[in-house]
Design a protein around this ligand. Structure first.
Ligand SMILES: [Zn+2]
Length: 70
């Protein structure tokens, strides 16, 4: 899979969700790509490994286990 940056993701109008890894929670959080670009810069990667560490679940304090790209 080719590496995509946040700018690529925004340009493609893709939507990213990170999914909580806790089996009792499984909360899915939609990412605000524009806000991420302001925070991380447009050249930051938008792949799973680039982003999941940035989002913890406030309820279970777990790191999201997966990311969905739509
Ligand atoms: Zn959770």
């Amino acid at each position: 899979m080719p590496q995509k940056t946040l700018a690529d993701t925004l340009a493609a109008r893709e939507t990213l969700y990170v999914n909580c890894g806790h089996p009792m929670c499984c909360k899915s959080t939609k990412l605000d790509i524009a806000a991420l670009i302001e925070r991380l810069g447009p050249d930051h990667g938008s792949m799973h490994d680039d982003l999941v560490d940035l989002f913890g679940c406030s309820k279970w304090l777990t790191t999201p286990s997966s990311m969905t790209r739509t």
